[in-house]
Ligand binder design. Structure first.
Ligand SMILES: N[C@@H](CCC(=O)N[C@@H](CS)C(=O)NCC(=O)O)C(=O)O
Length: 210
């Protein structure tokens, strides 16, 4: 019996990433909306799953009754995405070692050089700092996204010929910065962005939390 999967999240890029990965991997899961506006992520039920009070959270329940036995709790969107790839036997990363290394390189570029900047900018905003204070972070993030233009070249996806975790991470953050990108000067990025956004699994993931 496959494990029962519960994905707790909201309409945010990190949560979309986790949902899209599960969808692309063909894994059945139950999404549950955590109402960030009312502070549900800081309530006891959610803190019991993730003491940091963040979303997404994936709860994987194995065992005959799927009722708490052998429970696995993942609290990082990219860990959830990687777990989904393993469950789907490499559906989201190439098996060939060179192609896989390139896809992982692109994936981590997105995570460590772009998404992290967005997270830092959000924290500055929450701390009440003016827009000017976070502008350099936003500029660095959109500049790195524009670098996809060269990374893509004539290939369909960020890692090469197949859609991978790099595209899931890249699409969710590009979508966040959609209004800030100079699309007229980024035709390859636009072609990639439209192709990723047109995938049925991506659309289902974006709709997971309502
Ligand atoms: N590194 C984490 C970041 C998770 C995160 O920051 N989630 C945000 C929503 S996108 C959150 O829970 N924010 C609520 C808060 O900070 O109070 C991941 O990739 O999943």
């Amino acid at each position: 019996m496959p494990p029962a999967l519960d994905l707790f999240g909201a309409q945010t890029g990190n949560c979309f990433r986790a949902a899209i990965a599960l969808e692309e991997a063909g894994l059945a899961y139950t999404p549950s909306l955590v109402d960030l506006a009312s502070g549900a992520h800081r309530g006891p039920a959610h803190l019991a799953l993730n003491p940091r009070g963040r979303v997404p959270v994936l709860v994987v329940r194995h065992g005959a009754d799927q009722n708490g036995a052998d429970e696995l709790v993942l609290t990082q969107s990219n860990a959830i995405a990687l777990w989904a790839d393993v469950q789907a036997r490499g559906a989201l990363l190439p098996r060939d070692s060179v192609a896989r290394a390139i896809a992982v390189d692109r994936w981590l570029f997105v995570v460590t050089d772009i998404i992290i900047l967005n997270g830092a900018a959000f924290r500055l905003q929450r701390a009440g700092l003016p827009k000017d204070a976070r502008a350099p972070l936003e500029a660095e993030a959109t500049g790195a996204l524009a670098d996809f233009e060269d990374l893509l070249g004539d290939r369909p996806w960020l890692g090469g010929e197949t859609f991978t975790l790099a595209d899931i991470a890249g699409y969710t953050i590009a979508r966040h910065y959609q209004a800030a990108l100079d699309w007229a000067r980024l035709p390859r990025l636009r072609r990639w962005f439209e192709a990723a956004g047109g995938r049925p699994a991506v659309q289902r993931g974006l709709a997971a939390f309502g």
